[in-house]
Design a protein around this ligand. Structure first.
Ligand SMILES: N[C@@H](CCC(=O)N[C@@H](CS)C(=O)NCC(=O)O)C(=O)O
Length: 237
């Protein structure tokens, strides 16, 4: 099904089809396709991960007004109607965290996701926390105050969500106070990518925020990375 989509009109559909080997990032291995638009936090997870690993992705815009995920050709690829979707040969994969883990394992040698099961479990624990607890906390505040979605206009619910979100970020601050480096210790991992994107969103959403010195220092530590500049602190919440 996926092939059919590309065969049909690779240029027509992918008006913004890009080769995401983006200049400074080295490339290795065959080109994979990434369906999704670059404003999506979940798509940016994948783009940053690929950049860190030096993997080349050819991105097609989906989840836009021109190419909605409700389009039958997209639904034929994934009934979830959500981006990102990665297509690597015969493999069609949804779920951003799964895609990030897949890319890290595909690149091999424990880059971003340790091969040691104990160390990997700690990274995955923070990845799951990002996707479940942190995501859930910010939803109402972000949808109301940034996306200005008509279903999220109740000020009290926005405030409750903002406070729950900051409580989660305070928890992350405590973790970073312990590691004094990256989310899971001395090594930069997938957990840092996900959590930094979430932190960027927290910083860009209009709300009162506590000062979190360890989160601040960690974001500073990440700021030299090309992927951070291109996909995380790039002016998009
Ligand atoms: N659990 C999914 C969530 C994906 C998701 O919510 N994607 C949003 C964009 S961030 C989406 O596709 N929304 C529908 C659309 O853009 O049309 C993941 O982590 O990949």
């Amino acid at each position: 099904m996926a092939r059919k989509l590309y065969e049909r009109c690779p240029f027509q559909i992918a008006t913004e089809c890009e080769q995401m080997a983006v200049g400074e990032f080295a490339t290795k291995g065959p080109v994979m396709k990434l369906l999704g638009q670059p404003n999506s936090i979940n798509v940016r997870k994948v783009l940053w991960t690929a950049a860190e690993l030096g993997l080349s992705l050819e991105r097609e815009d989906w989840g836009t007004a021109q190419n909605p995920t409700s389009d039958p050709s997209f639904l034929a690829i994934t009934p979830k109607a959500l981006v990102p979707v990665l297509i690597d040969g015969d493999l069609t994969l949804s779920e951003s965290n799964t895609i990030c883990r897949y890319l890290a394992r595909r690149a091999g040698q424990g880059a971003l996701l340790p091969t040691d099961p104990t160390k990997a479990a700690l990274v995955e624990s923070w990845m799951d926390w990002q996707l479940s607890e942190l995501n859930t906390a910010w939803r109402y505040a972000f949808m109301g105050r940034v996306r200005q979605h008509p279903d999220f206009t109740d000020p009290a619910a926005q405030e409750a969500s903002a406070q729950a979100w900051s409580a989660m970020m305070t928890l992350l601050d405590k973790q970073l106070a312990q590691t004094q480096a990256y989310a899971c210790g001395e090594v930069f991992t997938l957990a840092d990518i996900l959590l930094a994107l979430s932190t960027n969103r927290w910083e860009m959403t209009p709300m009162d925020r506590p000062t979190l010195p360890h989160v601040q220092a960690w974001m500073g530590r990440l700021s030299d990375r090309a992927g951070f500049k291109t996909y995380c602190r790039n002016g998009v919440a």
